[in-house]
Design a protein around this ligand. Structure first.
Ligand code: CA
Length: 227
């Protein structure tokens, strides 16, 4: 269960939001100030941060959190639309923002996306899933239905990257950097295509009408989340 810390002093916003997040299955801790977030002993999977807090400026809270490391992802709530650039920029290190008033569904979608991106939204301890494909991160195993996939290290990393971003296009550049730790070149692009085709074969996927991995011309690949 992903743990979320919510810092929002306006209970008219905090209460319904906390209820909605709890209903979605998240473990939510609410603070009506910024210091509480900074003092919390546990590092959550996501922080939702109001900019206008009574004790500290939300931007300062975001900067302080970011100075400790890349995690947790930070989602900013702000009525100050003019500060949005500042918020999402490198300056404060927030990952996304929602301007008030926001629709609950919109905010929940952002929360899901951020948790997915950080790999925190998992089933069980550390699993990624899309359709009937399951990747067990710690065990370094992958399954297609009940069948374990026999993957090389690179194929595993590639599958992991695609499933983690399931439903979204992952660019060739991003895959090259994540799986091969290199900037794309003419030769490496071919390597990527070969690995995708091996992965497809192991999934029994058909490149012309793929069920799992779709090629997005000029961009990259998308692991389909709906059959
Ligand atoms: Ca406020």
């Amino acid at each position: 269960m992903a743990r979320i810390q919510l810092a929002e002093d306006d209970s008219a916003i905090a209460d319904p939001l906390a209820r909605a997040l709890t209903r979605e299955g998240y473990d939510v801790t609410v603070f009506d100030n910024g210091q509480g977030v900074l003092d919390a002993p546990e590092v959550p999977d996501l922080v939702i941060l109001d900019l206008g807090l009574p004790d500290l400026d939300g931007l300062d809270v975001a900067r302080a959190l970011r100075s400790r490391g890349p995690l947790p992802p930070i989602l900013i709530l702000t009525a100050r639309a003019d500060e949005v650039d500042l918020v999402v920029g490198l300056d404060a290190g927030a990952d996304d923002y929602v301007t008030k008033p926001f629709r609950l569904a919109e905010l929940l979608a952002r929360v899901r996306a951020l948790l997915r991106r950080s790999g925190a939204e998992t089933h069980g301890e550390d699993e990624l899933r899309a359709q009937d494909v399951r990747v067990e991160l710690a065990a370094h195993r992958a399954f297609h239905g009940d069948r374990e996939l026999q993957l090389t290290a690179k194929e595993f990393d590639l599958l992991k990257a695609l499933v983690r971003e399931g439903g979204s296009v992952v660019s060739r550049d991003a895959l090259m950097r994540e799986v091969w730790g290199s900037e794309p070149s003419a030769g490496s692009t071919k390597t990527l295509d070969m690995h995708v085709s091996w992965l497809r074969r192991k999934l029994g996927d058909d490149a012309t009408s793929p069920r799992y991995i779709t090629t997005i011309r000029g961009m990259g690949f998308r692991f389909e989340t709906n059959a």
